[in-house]
Design a protein around this ligand. Sequence first.
Ligand code: HMG
Ligand code: MG
Length: 314
Amino acid sequence: MSELPVQIFEVGPRDGLQNEKQILGLADKIWLVQALAAAGLRDLETGSFVRPDKVPQMADTEALAQHFVKHPPVNPHGSTRMWYLVPNQKGLERAIASGATHVAFFTAVSDSFNKKNIGKSVDESFVEMKQLMIDAKKHSLKVRGYVSTVWGCPFEGRIAPAHALLVLEKMLELGVDQLSIGDTIGVANPSGVKEILAPLIRAHGVEKMAVHFHDTRGTALANALQSYELGIRAFDASLGGLGGCPFAPGAAGNLATEDLVYFFKEMGIECGVNYRALCETSVELFKRMKKTIHSSKALQAYVANCTKNSVWDS
Ligand code: HMG
Ligand code: MG
């Protein structure tokens, strides 16, 4: 799905904001999405069509989606793919009515988390997603499939890799365009990442694979490097390291987009993102949210050094 050597899939406006209690207004969200697109992020998860009483931060997703149908964000690489998280039939109807062209379905490896998150067992969610996929294809939507708790569940603990692989295979069988493999609570390590990714890649190649790491224990970047070395070229990340699922206790933010972009930039791997523009967007967002930057080391260094014209921070 990527035209660049690596694809960064920015989940900040959805995964990043969904866990924030303080509601960011619609105008600020529109500004944020536009600024991220202008920084060169081609894939943006803009919102979710979940129950607004369950995730109040996402209540204005219709308004956001409708705005961007009329006014697509300007992106130096051409069009921006605007993705929306969809939990069920009602969510899909709302997405289609709002003009969405790219949607993401989601389930988990563990029943306990899935029930807390969407009120269904994993098997029940596949029954629903099968129908959702038929309807999505009728409307020519691109579909991404998330599988959460691949390396660990907040309620069930460690997950047997063989079991995780079965669920990941099932998501691929559904016919998703991209599979996002999720460490929802940030417990994975590079060896565990290899244990899951190596057999999956042997069987299916890397083209459809993406990884989604949360950084609860500081292992997200190491896990991303392990994934890269195994051939993965699509990485989910969230600006400023914001993020977390409100139904996964103990989960901290996502892998910070700044940390990941810095890492690729310094390794000479083109990901199409203007580092300075990304950092400036995050600084402005944190200012608007009256929040302190604490999750992204690269962003902290940018803020400390940017007036000194440091070669690393531009
Ligand atoms: P439910 O209550 O089980 O649904 O919600 P229901 O079918 O029983 O319907 C009950 C009421 O909700 C009805 O209204 C429906 O119309 C309404 P009433 O008739 O009583 O007035 N309803 C809806 N309203 C708006 N939008 C909808 C919708 N569906 C039903 N889509 C549901 C099921 C899944 C919707 C709910 O549990 C929910 O919204 N959960 C939130 C899930 C969520 O957002 N989780 C965070 C995202 S996942 C994540 O972060 C992980 C990820 O990042 C990867 C990783 O890190 O691993 C992706
Ligand atoms: Mg997540």
